[in-house]
Design a protein around this ligand. Structure first.
Ligand SMILES: Cc1cc2nc3c(=O)[nH]c(=O)nc-3n(C[C@H](O)[C@H](O)[C@H](O)COP(=O)(O)O)c2cc1C
Ligand code: SF4
Length: 438
């Protein structure tokens, strides 16, 4: 294990993670002692429009994957329309490899709740929801307890801190479907329907929850807001890069010495993150990695110095996504890893549109054939052709995301595919597994 050099250690910028190691960080007493709810007191004295402007000025971009500017999204909510407005926090966190929102809600749930109250005040919502994935029982319990504590202290409910502002906050557990992280499927699920994406337009900003104006934001986006209110937009912009401001929680997993969450200014490189994480596990050399979860094209050891911000990763042909960096070594097979991800997408496809529903089904069968040593050279063309018919032709981003590892692994690791097809690599799947596709 390598020890990080002081200059690399200085790349750590604990903002959203700063309380995580404090004893009982999740309790309201601890939170209040460590600046908690100070931003809310400040925000409630400001005009809601000024808060939207502040978030715009900070350059905060959504932490849920697409990087949409948060202040702009808040500004789309029509004001004075006489309809109820809603703030919905997307806490589904289903992207394989992603592990930043659940630890945040487990260790510091009040920072999210404080962000929800400020955000709701800014967009004039009197009801907010946190949609958390069903399997995250521990985080949901922490969150519900924290919501109760906030009600008891007058941070939620009627006439919050004497400001005249009312807000109710509901924590809703989903049933554990990846598609329910897609914001419109999430809204359908929250309304009690089967979670499937909605046609857009109209967008949630005008026709969201119960056909009313709704902001859907990721946990990390909303939890950033109290820090911006306290520290100011200029301070926030001292971290990160010109178009990707602020700190970001990078979740590192795979063949590294110390997997976990590392909060750094946006633009940190994988080389630096690996150093912070103690390097690769003994005997392993980096071969490929995802910069932002399994829906983002694979990168390789050539990309160690790519700045991990929205622009830098796009420049390298991938997507920053959820900053879930999954690290694979020379002892891992890119064909098998891609197959495992495809099994996930095939299983999680909601079935609404043909390219994703059928395409993923067929690609899984092709991968099984290749991995069982029965693939053909034509199979590689079939995979690329299928991806071509899914990407950009699917109803939502799940279909697009499924193609990422297929096309990128074929770009960087075609030889690995050929080795299975031409018999140089021993089959990884048996004949029995080959016929198991359903
Ligand atoms: C299949 C799929 C799954 C998604 N899962 C999540 C998720 O678990 N959490 C999340 O915040 N965004 C997820 N998103 C992105 C959301 O649709 C949406 O862009 C995001 O919640 C907006 O929040 P932000 O602007 O704060 O990033 C997913 C998108 C797709 C297509
Ligand atoms: S792309 Fe997949 S998940 Fe999205 S609507 Fe189509 S079938 Fe459903």
């Amino acid at each position: 294990m390598t020890t990080p050099r002081p200059e690399t250690l200085a790349r750590l910028t604990p903002v959203l993670t700063k309380r995580w190691l404090s004893p009982d960080a999740w309790q309201i007493g601890t939170y209040e002692k460590l600046d908690g709810y100070a931003a809310l007191r400040k925000a409630l004295k400001a005009h809601p429009d000024d808060l939207i402007q502040l978030v715009k000025d900070s350059g905060l971009r959504g932490r849920g994957g697409a990087g949409f500017p948060a202040g702009l999204k808040w500004g789309f909510i029509p004001q004075g329309d006489g309809k109820p407005h809603y703030l919905v926090v997307n806490a589904d966190e289903g992207e394989p490899g992603t592990c930043k929102d659940l630890p945040l809600m487990t260790h510091d749930p009040h920072s999210l709740i404080e962000g929800v109250i400020i955000g709701s005040y800014a967009i004039r919502a009197s009801r907010a929801y946190i949609y958390i994935r069903g399997e995250a029982v521990h985080a949901a319990r922490r969150l519900r307890n924290a919501v109760q504590e906030a009600y008891a202290k007058g941070y939620l409910g009627r006439n919050i801190l004497g400001s005249g502002f009312d807000l109710d906050l509901v924590v809703h557990s989903g049933a554990g479907a990846y598609i329910c992280g897609e914001e419109t499927a999430l809204l359908d699920s929250l309304e009690g329907f089967r979670g499937q994406p909605r046609l857009r337009p109209p967008f949630p900003a005008t026709h969201g929850l119960y056909a009313s104006p709704t902001v859907v934001n990721n946990v990390g986006t909303i939890a950033s807001v109290p820090y911006i209110v306290l520290g100011g937009a200029e301070w926030w912009k001292t971290m990160g890069t010109e178009k990707s401001s602020g700190p970001m929680i990078y979740s590192l997993s795979g063949r590294i010495a110390n997997p976990g969450q590392y909060e750094c200014s946006m633009g940190v490189t994988l080389r630096e993150l690996l150093e912070l994480a103690g390097g690769m596990q003994p005997g392993h050399n980096l071969r490929f990695w995802t910069p932002g979860g399994s829906s983002t094209p694979l990168l390789t050891a050539e990309h160690l110095d790519v700045p991990l911000d929205f622009e830098g990763v796009a420049g390298a042909g991938s997507i920053l996504g959820t900053t879930a960096t999954q690290i694979f070594s020379d002892q891992d097979c890119p064909v098998y890893a891609t197959y495992r991800w495809l099994e996930f997408y095939h299983h999680e496809s909601c079935g609404k549109c043909t390219p994703c529903r059928e395409g993923n089904y067929w690609m899984v069968r092709v991968y099984r054939r290749i991995l069982a040593g029965q693939g053909t050279h034509e199979d590689l063309d079939t995979l690329l052709d299928t991806c071509d018919n899914i990407l950009g032709r699917s109803f939502c981003g799940l279909g697009d995301g499924a193609t990422s590892s297929v096309t990128s692994s074929l770009t960087y690791f075609k030889q690995d595919y050929l080795d299975y097809i031409e018999g140089r690599t021993a089959p990884k799947l048996s004949d029995k597994q080959l016929v198991g596709a359903h």
